[in-house]
Design a protein around this ligand. Structure first.
Ligand SMILES: [Zn+2]
Length: 305
């Protein structure tokens, strides 16, 4: 029996290049320098770098790694593919310490890899939630601790706030790291179609913006009401609980400046989950397609001191 990790692209560098090229360039190689697609030749020869092409329009060489999260990384592509597969398939995430041990990398390299992979999971799908009158659940949750804050006696003032949207029809989710109520209101207004049926809890900040939508229904958590007909925020709360379990169990020390990347990771896995018929390999492939143009330098990733 072959395990999912026995595929050749996880072990052989030539296979890894062919695998990535087939996904990044489904219609043949594209020059990252000039955008050209014609008069491109693969460079052959023993001393040639793997996957090297030359564009005869701008006369520059390139590989499929260029202009992607793989650029300027010394980690072989087949190891990258293993890392992507592991991140794609771990419901609650996989820590960079685990990647260090499993893939035999240094802590620093594994940390960098996992942040780059997270960056690839940020999706550019900006279509509004609830178009055509679909139900959209909106809720917020509090996690960790803000940079430089002290833990007070009560309240959530020291925690980071995460806003979550879930379009129930498409099963799509979007998580945001937010500052407070004003920002929550503007994100909801910007990301939801006016035809949406907005579903929230009774929080006062949703009341005012609720009038902007076709319908606004809220469950009264204060009165222990969680479901009324199809009005509920249980879906978004379920997604939050996977996120929080992962953050607590796997990513114990998430800094505020990195939170948006962890959010992208959980959002990605939620939107492409098993229930949508997407298995681990298909999810890893979707992540791979997200790598184009997601260049991230070590500095941008915020090296751990
Ligand atoms: Zn070119």
């Amino acid at each position: 029996m072959a395990s999912n990790l026995s595929h050749k692209h996880f072990h052989d560098e030539d296979e890894a290049f062919a695998y990535v090229e087939a996904r990044v360039w489904p219609d043949g190689p594209v020059c990252p320098h000039c955008g050209g697609v014609e008069r491109i030749s693969k460079m052959q020869g023993k001393s040639t770098r793997k996957g090297l092409y030359k564009c005869y329009q701008c006369r520059k060489p390139f590989t499929v790694r260029m202009g992607t999260i793989f650029e300027s990384s010394k980690v072989p592509l087949h190891v990258w593919l293993q890392a992507i597969y592991l991140v794609a398939g771990s419901k609650k995430g996989i820590s960079s310490h685990q990647l260090t041990r499993t893939l035999g990398l240094t802590v620093k390299t594994a940390w960098f890899l996992s942040h780059r992979i997270r960056e690839a999971m940020r999706e550019g799908d900006l279509s509004p939630f609830g178009a055509g009158g679909g139900a959209v659940e909106v809720d917020e949750t509090y996690i960790g601790r803000k940079a430089g804050s002290k833990v007070p006696k009560g309240g959530w003032g020291h925690k980071m706030t995460v806003l979550g949207l879930i379009g129930r029809t498409a099963g799509k989710s979007n998580f945001f790291h937010v500052d407070g109520g004003k920002e929550i209101q503007s994100i909801v207004l910007e990301n939801l179609s006016r035809e949406a049926r907005l579903m929230t809890d009774e929080h006062v900040m949703y009341r005012k913006i609720g009038r902007e939508f076709a319908e606004h229904s809220s469950v009264m958590h204060y009165n222990k009401e969680y479901v009324r007909g199809d009005v509920t925020t249980n879906t978004i709360e379920g997604a939050f609980s996977i996120f929080k379990r992962g953050m607590r169990g796997v990513y114990q020390h998430c800094r505020e400046k990195h939170l948006h990347r962890y959010l992208a990771e959980f959002e990605f896995r939620y939107s492409h989950r098993e229930a949508h018929g997407i298995d681990d390999a298909a999810r890893a492939d979707k992540m791979l397609r997200g790598i184009v143009g997601k260049r991230l330098t070590y500095q941008q990733a915020g090296a751990r001191a």
